[in-house]
Structure formats: C-alpha cells, structure tokens
Design a protein around this ligand. Structure first.
Ligand code: RP5
Length: 164
C-alpha cells in the first residue's frame, strides 16, 4: 500500500518563498509531499488532471496556495472530497486580503479550511495536513506530540531566561 502523501499546489513559483514553510514542516515530520505549480486560471486543465490523479494515487490532503484572486483552493476542493487547506498568499497590492476573502468565502458544501495569510498560514497548513494524516498514523501522532512538547519547553526556557 502506498504511503499517504500531501499534495501542495501553488498558483505561481513566485509563491514559493511563502509556501516553503509548509514544505519544511511536512519534511521535518517525515510526511511525503508532492509540490506543484498549477494555477486555477493559467493552467486549469493541468490542475484538474493533477488533482484527480493525485486523489486516486493516495493523496490524503491538499494544500492550495495562491495570491490575488485566489481561486486555486476552491477549484481543488471542487474536484475531491479529501480535505483541502487553503493558504492565501500576500502577493498583490492588497497584501493578501484579496486572497483571504477569495479562499475563505466558499459556497456551502465545498469546504476549504482556510489558514492565515502568508508564511504563518503555510506553516500551519503543514501542521494541519500532518494532523489529518496522524488520525490514522500513531507514529506521526507521536512525532507531532513530541514537537509540541519541545515547543512548549523552548518558550518556557526563554521565559525563564528573561526572569534572570
Ligand atoms: C496568483 O497570482 C499566484 O498564486 C500568485 O500569488 C499571484 C501572482 O503570480 P505571478 O504573476 O507572480 O506569477 O495566481
């Protein structure tokens, strides 16, 4: 049986500096990823083909990242019943507010789990996708728990250092 993987799509390679945060989280957690530049507007047929193919090949969750009139996550969600996480990218003069509204305002029945704008959102998209896979993967759940614990200890250590 193939290992479940996360498919990360971005509308343009100019999104990569932000999207990299999602890739880094998933690689650190040893979750297989596929990364594609596919646009809802510029490459609609390739997007359709990739999503339906990835769905059949064992994709467990999709992360779709786009800026400006960001329709990518919605298009991906229209093609699959796997969970779709949308990352609005701050790419244009509206600093990502345009992409946030385009991504989050989905019609009923076609959900996109929308995270924050930009790099912080991409990072959380990585964790959210890993948490979805961890529902059926105890070892991944353990890795996520260990990382949470390490993060807590790091913050407490910084606080302790401030008190000295
Ligand atoms: C969106 O348009 C992309 O996701 C990107 O955020 C934005 C600008 O794309 P480029 O003109 O930089 O290729 O579709």
């Amino acid at each position: 049986m193939t290992k479940p993987f996360v498919a990360i799509l971005m509308g343009s390679d100019s999104d990569l500096p932000k999207v990299q945060a999602a890739i880094d989280v998933l690689k650190k957690l040893d979750v297989p990823v596929e990364v594609k530049v596919h646009s809802a507007h510029r490459t609609p047929e390739a997007t359709h083909h990739y999503v339906t193919d990835a769905d059949k090949r064992g994709c467990a969750a999709f992360i779709a990242c786009a800026g400006m009139a960001a329709h990518l996550a919605g298009v991906v969600a229209s093609l699959t019943i796997k969970p779709v996480i949308g990352v609005p990218i701050d790419a244009g003069p509206l600093d990502g507010l345009d992409a946030l509204l385009s991504t989050v305002q989905m019609p009923g029945g076609i959900p996109v789990a929308t995270v924050a704008i930009g790099k912080a959102g991409a990072k959380n998209a990585g964790y959210l996708a890993a948490q979805i896979i961890a529902l059926g993967d105890k070892e991944l759940a353990d890795r996520l728990q260990m990382e949470r614990k390490a993060n807590t200890e790091e913050v407490l250590a910084k606080d302790a250092a401030l008190q000295q």
